[in-house]
Structure formats: structure tokens, C-alpha cells
Design a protein around this ligand. Structure first.
Ligand SMILES: C[S@@+](CC[C@H](N)C(=O)[O-])C[C@H]1O[C@@H](n2cnc3c(N)ncnc32)[C@H](O)[C@@H]1O
Length: 268
């Protein structure tokens, strides 16, 4: 059977997932044209159907593949740890535009797959990062991805709550893409998102509890002239700006490509 025939049987909303899964099984890039003309062995067709059944059952494609792209690189992913999102690339871009080429040390809270810290390290060769996460599975995944991308010797990764792993230390910048969805929305989230885990997504009753704690404590961990970079929910621009201003920061809020508030930068 040709790939084109197999894919044409999928409903339109699953077509892209089908292409990604098939490309993965064939070891090809999804953008390669010959993909559609590939002759598929019965074993490939069987495995494809098995994976598509799991996809239809609510497993995100990224977890089926075990990897996902972020900022042009492929990261390992695993269930219960957030799948890297394209909006977060904007956060990385903002930080890259602010950090100098000479030695700088940053701290990330809630590293998940490690996509933010590891991308920054790959883009800035004199940078060093410390990263923490409350979820031990995220800590091991970040270490795995750091080795995969050849930056393991420039990152230290800890399990712990917010600033707890770095007590008494100071950094040039602190970055976080924290959980920021209000708890009452958990049941309304797509089942695919719920597989990424409550800890990855839910930011407390109001959704912005992380930013309250962050703003109350972050100044103790910043070097003079340091900055903070946060991903925020589309409706959290005002509340996060107010929290940062109250903590003594000068603030800029940036929108994502969909025109929604998405990034908050604060200068001390
Ligand atoms: C939205 S995910 C971001 C993951 C990754 N940085 C990314 O952008 O794909 C938030 C992460 O924060 C972690 N987290 C939640 N609360 C935390 C806390 N109090 N201290 C440290 N990490 C926390 C979660 O386990 C999760 O990995």
C-alpha cells in the first residue's frame, strides 16, 4: 500500500498527526515529498494503525513519537512532562536578544523537558544554566536531553520547589514557563493536555499563584542589573505586570503570533 492511500483514509483533523506518525515509522522528515509515494510494508501499516488508535484514544502525537521539535531541534518527551510549545520559542528569542556573549549564568524554574535551558545553551556557548523542577521525571528528562544536545557539562539540574535548590545563590537572569491555568479549568482541558500532568499546567485556584510567589522572592536571586523572563497566560498580562512592578521591576509585556499577551520581561 502507498502512504498516500493510507493517509487519505484519515479524517482531516487527524491528517497531520498521521503524517508525523508515518514519517516517524519510516525514519523520514514529514516535509519530504517522497513520503506520500512510499510503499509501505504490512508491518508498517500494522504499526501505523496501532499508533493511530492510541492517538484517537487521546494520547498526544508527541508522546507516541517520544520526541518533539522545539526551536529547530528535537527533544525527547515523555508522558507527564509538558510537550514543548511554539509560543515558548518566543520566550527563548527574547532572552537570547538580552544576554551578552560573554559568561552569564541563568536559572530556570520548571524546566520540564529542558527545552528552554538547553536551547539557550546551544545558542550561547558561554552561557551556563541551573534548572529546577518539582517533578523528578522532568529532572531526568532534562538531563537526558542535555546529554543528547551535548550541553550536559554546562547545566546543573535539581529536583525542588521553586528557589529551594538555589538558596543563597544569584543569577544574571531567571526564566520560567510556569503552570498558569486556573484549577477550575482542569476538567475542561482537552484530554491530551491533561496527560501532560496537573503539575505542568495548573497554577493554583486563580492560575497566577506561581507569579505571586515568584515576584515575592525573585529579587533575592538576581545579580545587580539582572532580569526575569516569564511566559504568561493570554489574560494574565495585567496581573503579572502589576506583580512585577510591585516587586520593583521595569516591565514589558509581549504578544505571541496570535496577538495574545504571552511574555513578561522585568528588569531590576
Ligand atoms: C508549563 S511546564 C514548562 C516546562 C518547560 N519549561 C517548557 O517550557 O516546556 C511547567 C513546569 O513547572 C514545573 N513546576 C510546577 N510547579 C513547580 C514548583 N513549585 N517548583 C518547580 N517546578 C515546578 C512542572 O513540573 C513543569 O515541568
Amino acid at each position: 500500500m502507498k502512504a498516500r492511500q493510507l493517509l487519505s483514509k484519515l479524517p482531516p483533523h487527524l491528517r497531520r498527526d498521521g503524517e508525523l506518525i508515518l514519517a516517524h515509522l519510516l525514519g523520514r522528515r514529514v516535509s519530504s515529498l517522497p513520503l506520500l509515494e512510499s510503499d509501505l510494508s504490512p508491518e508498517t501499516v500494522r504499526r501505523f494503525r496501532e499508533l493511530m488508535d492510541r492517538r484517537i484514544g487521546g494520547v498526544p502525537t508527541a508522546y507516541l513519537l517520544g520526541e518533539w521539535d522545539f526551536y529547530g531541534r528535537t527533544f525527547r518527551v515523555r508522558e507527564g512532562v509538558l510537550i514543548p510549545r511554539p509560543e515558548t520559542e518566543l520566550l527563548v528569542e527574547k532572552i537570547l536578544s538580552l544576554i551578552p556573549d560573554e559568561g552569564v549564568w541563568g536559572f530556570e524554574i520548571g524546566c520540564g523537558s529542558g527545552c528552554i535551558s538547553i536551547t539557550l545553551l546551544r545558542e550561547k556557548e558561554n552561557l551556563r544554566m541551573t534548572a529546577g523542577d518539582l517533578n523528578p521525571s522532568a529532572v531526568s528528562l532534562t538531563l537526558e536531553n542535555a546529554r543528547l544536545h551535548g550541553v550536559a557539562e554546562r547545566i546543573e539540574v535539581f529536583a525542588g520547589d521553586m528557589f529551594e535548590p538555589v538558596a543563597g545563590r544569584k543569577f544574571s537572569f531567571v526564566v520560567s514557563n510556569p503552570p498558569y491555568v486556573p484549577a477550575h479549568l482542569w476538567g475542561k482541558l482537552p484530554r491530551e493536555v491533561r496527560r501532560e500532568g496537573h503539575l505542568s499546567v495548573i497554577g493554583g485556584e486563580k492560575g497566577y499563584e506561581f507569579y505571586e510567589r515568584f515576584c515575592a522572592e525573585v529579587r533575592d536571586y538576581l545579580l545587580p542589573g539582572g532580569f526575569v523572563a516569564l511566559e504568561i497566560g493570554h489574560d494574565q498580562g495585567k496581573v503579572v505586570r502589576d506583580l512585577l512592578v510591585s516587586a520593583g521591576f521595569e516591565v514589558m509585556i509581549y504578544k505571541d503570533y496570535a496577538g495574545q499577551d504571552r511574555i513578561a520581561l522585568g528588569w531590576s
